[in-house]
Design a protein around this ligand. Structure first.
Ligand SMILES: Cc1ncc(COP(=O)(O)O)c(C=O)c1O
Length: 394
């Protein structure tokens, strides 16, 4: 039995009619850039997330870059983030001219550890003229927490730190559209708890376009206007550029597809949680809990969308051998991510060393993403767990 890591064909089959209709409409109007489909998507995204403002952009990467640029982060600044994420998180910080600085992750959630965050700020930074400075003299301006795999960071703790030190919070919610965190004040939607939230709508995401796409949300009108201007080279009015932005526009074809898909997102995420539950049952039935560690669900029972399972990621003993065994049985898996950000070749200039973020480094050695999508069948899942059991001789 073939079990791909992700298979989008079923989803497309179910929605092919309305998607083609929508695309045909865009083609017949020949309006491709920033038209009614993008506006419709932005309105729908506000309703879906509860954010006051939404701006459609060209990718999750551009969402992060535009957010950082819109708040004026650049040379002389530093931004704190996690060392265990997709490259774009730190790459965008560096592209503004700022320095990415890292705090290690929590081994249970894989998200930034708020204890490590405090330890870094209290142990390695200093306050000067009301600013928080690194030992190298950069001004720390922001925190970029990442809601990895579809599980929110502890945003109450992140926001406490941010308020205490006057830092901007830009949520990298690329993998977490629809996820919730149980805030003291009630369920908080990923992307809406900080100052700005960034989403990726890359085809493999829970809500995926037919190409690159992304979105930014926020609750501050002035900031939203700046982000909107930033999306078009900082231009306002036409051909007058207030600051340097980029071409970060979402196009009408992608927005048209996203408009068809967004109403299904909640049920898709619920289906993913069911897939996760069945994996859990199967791992327990085969008594594999001592060989693998299953995803942590700290918010289960406290908010409905406690995890949206963008990925179902286990820690596994002899991970690479297990992966090869599964590949030999036509089971797709992936390692998100094999090299932590502080050890990436392009960040050598930051002078981090191996061993500096031990939890991120251990995660990079142990994690393995198993097949996960709403249409995955119980039979396929049982086959995956059976092959894992076979590998461990369990
Ligand atoms: C955590 C994280 N941040 C940023 C991005 C960048 O998004 P995109 O691929 O849409 O540019 C991704 C995409 O994979 C991601 O997973």
């Amino acid at each position: 039995m073939r079990v791909p890591l992700l298979d989008l064909s079923e989803q497309y089959r179910a929605l092919a009619g309305p998607i083609r209709e929508q695309l045909e409409e865009v083609l017949s109007t020949q309006r491709f850039i920033l038209g009614p489909k993008v506006e419709q998507f932005e309105t729908a995204l506000c309703q879906f997330t509860g954010a006051q403002f939404a701006v459609g952009v060209s990718s999750g990467t551009d969402a992060l870059l535009a957010a950082l640029m819109a708040v004026g982060i650049g040379i002389g600044d530093a931004v704190i983030t996690t060392p265990f994420s997709f490259f774009a998180t730190a790459g965008c910080i560096a592209r503004t001219g700022a320095v990415p600085v890292f705090a290690d992750i929590d081994p249970e959630t894989f998200n930034i550890s708020t204890r490590a965050l405090r330890r870094f700020i209290e142990g390695e930074c200093r306050r000067q003229n009301g600013r928080l400075m690194t030992t190298d003299g950069e001004t720390i301006r922001a925190i970029v927490p990442v809601h990895l795999y579809g599980l929110c960071c502890d945003m109450d703790a992140v926001m406490d730190v941010a308020r205490e030190y006057g830092l901007i919070v830009i949520e990298d919610a690329a993998q977490a559209l629809g996820a919730q965190f149980p805030q003291g004040s009630g369920p908080g939607a990923a992307g809406t708890m900080g100052d700005i939230g960034c989403f990726s709508l890359y085809p493999s995401k829970n809500l995926g376009a037919a190409g690159d796409a992304g979105a930014i949300v926020c609750n501050n009108g002035e900031l939203a206007a700046r982000i909107r201007i930033c999306r078009q080279h900082g231009m306002e009015p036409r051909y007058h550029h207030q600051f340097i932005g980029g071409n970060f526009r979402l196009d009408e074809m992608q927005a048209a597809i996203l408009n068809v898909k967004l109403p299904h997102l909640t049920s898709w995420s619920a289906a993913r949680r069911k897939v996760a539950d069945l994996y859990r049952e199967e791992f327990a039935r085969r008594k594999l809990e001592s060989r693998v560690t299953l995803p942590f669900e700290p918010y289960r029972g406290r908010v409905p969308e406690h995890h949206i399972y963008h990925q179902f990621v286990i820690r596994a003993r002899n991970r690479d051998e297990l992966r090869a065994h599964l590949a030999a049985n036509e089971i797709g898996t992936e390692i998100y991510y094999p090299v932590p950000l502080h050890l990436q070749e392009c960040f050598r200039y930051l002078e981090y060393e191996r061993g500096e973020f031990p939890e991120a480094e251990r995660a990079a050695r142990e994690v393995l993403a198993l097949p996960m999508y709403p249409e995955l069948t119980a039979e396929q899942q049982r086959f995956v767990v059976e092959k894992i059991a076979q590998f461990y001789g369990a």
